[in-house]
Design a protein around this ligand. Structure first.
Ligand SMILES: [Zn+2]
Ligand SMILES: [Zn+2]
Length: 283
């Protein structure tokens, strides 16, 4: 499987607009790999885009994506869906305000997310309904798993009431990649499909020290219910027996630069912090 991490940032991009912290100043000065756009990845084997952060139009151009056949969403938080209009930018035929049929994107969506996704709205109503009526997307809902070409995809729900998110397992030719960028606690580690991945793409979780404003998480902080700590994530990766672990969704408030992450990597060769535009091959 050939992957590109289109954006390695989290819910706030780096540099965060107007921010003068050292991480953002350096990113503004040096650009990539110090700067990070919102969370998104691309699986070249089947032209599958995962998530649409606000910067997705720019990211598709910057990393030379030539075609998108499928789109899948991990969940509906704004940092993953606010660039959804990219489907209109890709497919719109200005002559009739409909989609070019050959450019329509299949939105493959777990059944459990389908109804909630229709709640993403503009002043004209449900965005996804509008994109479907206009011919920009075709909705392809599925239960648990589906195969696209030679790639088998399993959608594993992470239950948090209405705020459901999904971990996806991608399998091809005996290789497995697990993609779990955001809102992954409690991680479904009992599931067979996440065991022994050749590549685990996951958010590193909360760093407890060195945070912006010297913040320390109090015991009852809400982030403790949605995020693992970094050490817990490392332990999780070991329990899953991931051959390689790639950390994504790297947050600005963790107050760490590209060089800080490089230093952390040097302590564990099977772990790596993603960069915008990083290419990863799993074979
Ligand atoms: Zn900053
Ligand atoms: Zn997120």
């Amino acid at each position: 499987m050939r992957w590109t991490i289109l954006g390695s940032g989290g819910c706030a991009v780096i540099p965060k607009p107007l921010c003068r912290c050292r991480v953002c100043r350096e990113a503004r000065e040096k650009g990539i790999p110090y700067s990070r756009s919102g969370p998104s990845a691309f699986l070249h084997d089947i032209n599958l885009l995962i998530d649409t952060p606000a910067e997705i139009v720019d990211l598709l151009n910057r990393w030379h994506v030539g075609r998108v056949d499928y789109l899948v969403l991990t969940h509906l938080d704004p940092d993953h869906v606010e660039g959804l209009r990219v489907v209109e930018q890709i497919a719109l035929d200005f002559r009739n305000w409909r989609g070019y049929p050959k450019k329509a994107i299949s939105l493959i969506i777990p059944e459990q997310l389908k109804e909630a996704s229709r709640q993403i709205r503009s002043c004209h109503g449900s965005l996804i309904d509008f994109y479907q009526e206009s011919g920009f997307v075709r909705i392809q809902a599925f239960h648990d798993r589906l195969s696209l070409g030679e790639v088998r995809i399993t959608a594993i729900p992470v239950g948090r009431g209405d705020l459901m998110s999904f971990v996806y397992a991608f399998e091809k030719s005996g290789r497995r990649v697990v993609y779990a960028p955001c809102d992954i606690k409690p991680f479904p580690e009992h599931r067979d499909e996440v065991q022994r991945p050749d590549l685990l793409i996951i958010q590193p979780g909360r760093f407890e020290d060195g945070l912006k404003h010297r913040f320390k998480y109090p015991r009852n902080h809400p982030s403790r219910t949605t995020l693992y700590s970094f050490n817990e994530t490392v332990d999780l990766s070991k329990r899953l027996q991931a051959k390689r672990t790639l950390f994504v969704h790297l947050e600005e408030y963790w107050n760490r630069t590209y060089d800080d992450y490089r230093a952390l990597e040097s302590r564990n060769p099977s772990m790596c912090f993603a960069l915008d535009g990083m290419r990863v091959i799993v074979k």
